[in-house]
Design a protein around this ligand. Structure first.
Ligand SMILES: [Zn+2]
Ligand SMILES: [Zn+2]
Length: 133
């Protein structure tokens, strides 16, 4: 993001970060390219459409959360915009991470973003009315 001049000191850290990024990007690039060939450039949640101009906002989500599970038919992939992708992982965290405490809700306002298709679940769970005990 920042493209400022690098001091020698910062350069060392930058190099480490850059290498880590490259490794991750290289691994990700394979399935991302495949997924982008397989699927239309549309977010699977909010149906936002993407072009080359904003394609970096379209991310590949693994349906089973296993990034090593990359079947060539794309059955484990889903293209999501970065916002829906984040929401999707937040949802997973709600269940699997952080103790999966359903009555919580004191995380950084996960309720501020609500794709329409989640309305049904939201109505059932009523996250807008946190129970304070
Ligand atoms: Zn989206
Ligand atoms: Zn994902």
């Amino acid at each position: 993001m920042t493209t400022g001049k690098k001091t020698p000191d910062a350069g060392r850290l930058d190099r480490v970060v850059a290498e880590a990024r490259r490794a991750a990007a290289g691994r990700e690039k394979g399935y991302r390219e495949q997924a982008l060939k397989l699927y239309p450039w549309v977010c699977g949640r909010c149906a936002r459409e993407f072009t080359h101009a904003n394609l970096q906002l379209l991310e590949v989500h693994h349906r089973d959360s296993n990034h090593d599970n990359n079947p060539p038919d794309g059955s484990n992939w889903e293209l999501l915009c970065t916002y829906c992708h984040e929401a999707e992982h937040r949802k997973v965290l709600d269940h699997d991470g952080r103790g999966g405490d359903q009555a919580g809700g004191e995380r950084d306002s996960p309720a501020t973003y609500r794709p329409f298709e989640k309305l049904g679940t939201l109505l059932k769970q009523k996250p807008g009315e946190p129970e304070k005990s």
